[in-house]
Write a protein of this length. Structure first.
Length: 281
């Protein structure tokens, strides 16, 4: 997603809060915000930090053209960021759209969240099949979980099961592509994909150096993935359903996928901070 310089400048004002449309972010808060998108900056205690708007523009220019830009915009407009503020994400989105239209994009509200759409009519969003990974964040995972919940609320239980598997595929593909850039194209085999990611995250239950209780939990993750694959084949709307999916089936699939993805994401983040993850030789 490539944005013009003027759009970057307008977006920077939303990130910092200087447009008076979004919550204000201090220098340390800006550093924390951009570090969540790959930065590694430290806010200096003794001064020497550039002006907030200069810092924001510089970091946005570094991300320009990167898939992370989409997640960043969605986070800036995330209604949860406005809970303790008198600002309104709808006003911020309207402001940003004045710039985005010249780049061929717009942000639109879908339920509680915003998504980015091409003005040619094609959504700029992560959809199945996941041929190109996008930046993996908690916000992205939450967004997919909300889609699952929406299906349940609409009593589209088979659709919710399909979305639960799609969420799992998204997270697994992102992790594999990040930790193993030479990984081949995903062939649709969710179970094999999970086994590869297990090894990349040092979660193989066959390891000798982990406790028996943890081995049982890790083996349980295998069961979750196998179950999601089977439920999708027999109960989802992606195949001719063998069994009729009901609410409790859909909730089971969604909650299982949520638990799996949250654990994998947190494991990746934790091990990266410790320097324990390395791409395969």
């Amino acid at each position: 997603m490539k944005l013009a310089i003027k759009t970057i400048k307008g977006l920077a004002k939303l990130v910092t809060g200087d447009a008076n449309l979004t919550p204000y972010k201090s220098g340390p808060a800006l550093v924390e915000f951009f570090n969540s998108y790959g930065g590694n900056d430290v806010y200096p205690r003794g001064g020497g930090f550039p002006s907030r708007w200069q810092y924001a523009e510089t970091k946005l220019l570094e991300l320009n053209g990167n898939t992370a830009m989409r997640s960043l915009i969605r986070q800036v407009l995330d209604p949860r960021e406005y809970i303790d503020s008198d600002r309104d994400p709808n006003s911020a989105a309207e402001y940003l759209n004045k710039y985005l239209k010249f780049d061929g994009f717009e942000v639109i509200r879908e339920g509680d969240c915003f998504k980015i759409r091409s003005l040619t009519g094609q959504d700029v969003a992560l959809e199945v099949p996941y041929s190109e990974p996008t930046e993996l964040t908690h916000f992205l995972i939450d967004e997919h979980i909300q889609k699952c919940q929406k299906k349940i609320d609409e009593e589209d239980y088979s659709g919710a099961i399909t979305n639960a598997r799609a969420l799992s595929e998204s997270v697994l593909i992102n992790i594999e592509s990040e930790l193993n850039p030479d990984a081949g194209e995903y062939n649709g085999d969710l179970v094999q994909l999970f086994r590869r990611v297990q090894k990349l995250l040092n979660l193989d239950p066959s390891r000798k150096d982990i406790s028996e209780s943890l081995k049982q939990v890790l083996s349980g993750l295998n069961s979750i993935v196998n179950g999601l694959a089977a439920m999708r084949n027999k109960m989802s709307d992606s195949h001719a359903a063998v069994y009729r999916a009901d609410r409790h089936h859909a909730k089971l699939a969604v909650n299982a996928a949520k638990t799996l993805c949250d654990f994998l994401f947190e494991t990746k983040t934790y091990q990266q901070k410790r320097g324990g993850l390395k791409p395969p030789a």
